[in-house]
Design a protein. Structure first.
Length: 312
């Protein structure tokens, strides 16, 4: 009987030891995101989670709720917890640099995703060249104004002024328009703050202040959602053409109806997947490219059908 108890006790100890060792061997990656309101950021989460599941690693996700300082605090906490890697979708690409440097000093690799960190200590960047893609949609806009609007237009902008990458998208767009030599007047740029309700109110105020506005450019998903809602609610679908970033169900409806003209569609799930896969390679001692580009597509009435199922 005593022998049985000792054997049972040993078996339990071995089982517990195996469980602890198993959990210790499982790498943990942390994804520090901007918010969980925008579909774009949720798709990053989904892509990262699927890649983590496939690789057998644990993924924890932090929602900063659009607060830059919260991202810094989260990274510092993950350093203390000794996670094996960090994926960061930065709000303030300069303000977060000290936290990234601290992670590097602690031996924790950081992959920046969607927003590039200028001269940062992250090991790689996964995403799109936002300035270049802004130029691409700008060139499309120029051709549309030239062919459909007689070469003249007035454009208002719904942006997110605290977002480095959305400012890049606006800079690229403006450059393409300026290089074209067309008679395009830039009206106000309003701040949607990366929040749909704020963007809606800002877009409504923009249209009220500029009744002769003929086109609208939105630099991100919340901005585009707000712009689409504002144009629709104010009955301006007949005289305002919308261009922007990141498809939604509402944007697709606008494309079908002909007043949302072109939308830059990224691959956020692909970005999340690539970031996790890069960390897995680093943990194996392999190297990764410093820039991992994920291509974009300009979605119009001609090619929207292939994206429709994503938003049913």
């Amino acid at each position: 009987m005593h022998l049985f108890k000792r054997l049972a006790s040993c078996a339990a100890a071995i089982a517990m030891s195996s469980t602890v060792m198993g959990s210790a061997l499982a790498d943990t990656f942390a994804l520090v995101n901007i918010n969980q309101q925008a579909l774009f950021f949720n798709q990053i989460n989904d892509g990262a989670q699927k890649a983590a599941d496939a690789a057998g690693v644990k993924l924890v996700i932090f929602n900063a709720n659009n607060v830059p300082s919260a991202q810094n605090n989260a990274i510092e906490n993950y350093i203390t917890q000794k996670v094996d890697g960090i994926i960061l979708v930065a709000i303030d690409v300069n303000g977060v640099k000290p936290a990234i440097t601290a992670a590097k000093a602690a031996g924790i690799p950081v992959i920046a995703i969607d927003a590039q960190i200028p001269e940062g200590d992250n090991v790689a960047f996964v995403g799109v060249d936002n300035t270049k893609a802004g130029e691409e949609i700008g060139k499309f806009y120029v051709e549309y104004v030239k062919s459909q609007m007689g070469g003249t237009a007035k454009v208002g902008v719904v942006g997110a002024l605290n977002s480095f990458i959305q400012n890049q998208r606006l800079d690229g767009f403006k450059k393409a328009v300026a290089d074209s030599g067309l008679s395009v007047t830039f009206l106000d740029t309003v701040d949607g703050q990366n929040v749909q309700e704020v963007a809606l109110s800002a877009a409504e105020n923009l249209m009220t202040a500029n009744p002769d506005m003929s086109t609208l450019y939105a630099t991100g998903e919340p901005a585009l959602l707000g712009a689409v809602s504002a144009v629709s609610s104010q009955g301006r679908t007949g005289d305002v053409k919308v261009f922007g970033w990141d498809l939604t169900k509402q944007a697709i409806q606008g494309i079908d109806e002909g007043w949302v003209t072109a939308v830059v569609q990224q691959d956020p799930a692909g970005e999340g997947k690539a970031a996790v896969e890069a960390l897995v390679k680093l943990k194996k001692g392999e190297t990764v490219e410093p820039i991992i580009n994920i291509p974009v597509t300009i979605v119009t009435k001609e090619n929207v059908e292939q994206y429709r199922a994503m938003f049913q």
